[in-house]
Design a protein around this ligand. Structure first.
Ligand code: GSH
Length: 214
């Protein structure tokens, strides 16, 4: 099986990288330089008209959307236990992926690029304020979910990686996680995993390669 992950540093494509690494999968990473708009190149748009990452290509077949990609990885590497085995818990894990990608991520995007969602003059601070309020609510909910647990389920599962990315992106916008003790502890715990260490080293390497080519 030929697996390629289209990825860009900083982005939510970090999450499937973690899952593939946890699964011990052999996969090729194809990094895109967003600063050079490689995600909008004719070549990339041909395989992903959404111009986003992550994109997983398996034996030439492309799959978009983090939730679908994560489920594909979990199904194809069952020994990695990337989803809970109990059917109800499995659905709760899928619900968690969806929440990360459609309930949390959009607010992070609004903070990242206020102009993308509102072009009213001087509205940027207001967009940021409301996004931050929504994110605060999300982190409070996640904090309750994580109370008394190291991970969202009995052991590490793929949604932990997706939520880790949400937290990391938040810290890059100077959102202080320390007020949500369980979230902050989860974030620290994730940094101790070999998959996350490998991911962060790979990101650094990729950023250096992009900088050298600039
Ligand atoms: N719903 C998608 C969202 C993916 C997404 O928004 N990716 C961002 C990076 S975090 C992206 O590629 N943005 C580039 C663009 O929109 O042109 C998913 O969960 O996979």
């Amino acid at each position: 099986m030929d697996i390629a992950l289209y990825y860009a540093p900083i982005t939510c494509a970090l999450a499937p990288y973690i899952s593939l690494t946890e699964a011990n999968a052999e996969f090729e990473v194809r990094p895109l330089n967003f600063r050079k708009q490689q995600n909008k190149s004719a070549e990339y748009l041909k395989i992903n008209p959404k111009h986003k990452v992550p994109l997983l290509v398996v034996d030439g077949e492309a799959l978009t959307e983090s939730t679908a990609i994560q489920i594909w990885i979990a199904r194809n590497f069952p020994q990695a236990n990337l989803l809970p085995s109990d059917p109800w818990q499995e659905l709760k894990a899928i619900s968690l992926f969806s929440w990360c990608s459609s309930g949390i991520h959009p607010y992070l995007s609004r903070i990242n690029n206020t102009a993308k969602v509102c072009d009213v003059a001087d509205a940027a601070d207001s967009v940021r304020k409301y996004a931050l309020e929504a994110l605060t609510e999300c982190f409070e909910i996640a904090d309750d979910m994580l109370a008394g647990h190291d991970y969202f389920f009995d052991n590490f599962t793929a949604p932990d990686g997706h939520f880790f990315w949400c937290c990391r992106r938040a810290t890059q916008f100077d959102i202080d996680l320390s007020g949500w003790k369980n979230v902050a502890a989860h974030f620290d715990r994730m940094h101790t995993r070999a998959s996350v260490k490998k991911l962060l080293a790979f990101e650094k390497e990729t950023q250096a390669t992009f900088a050298a080519a600039a």
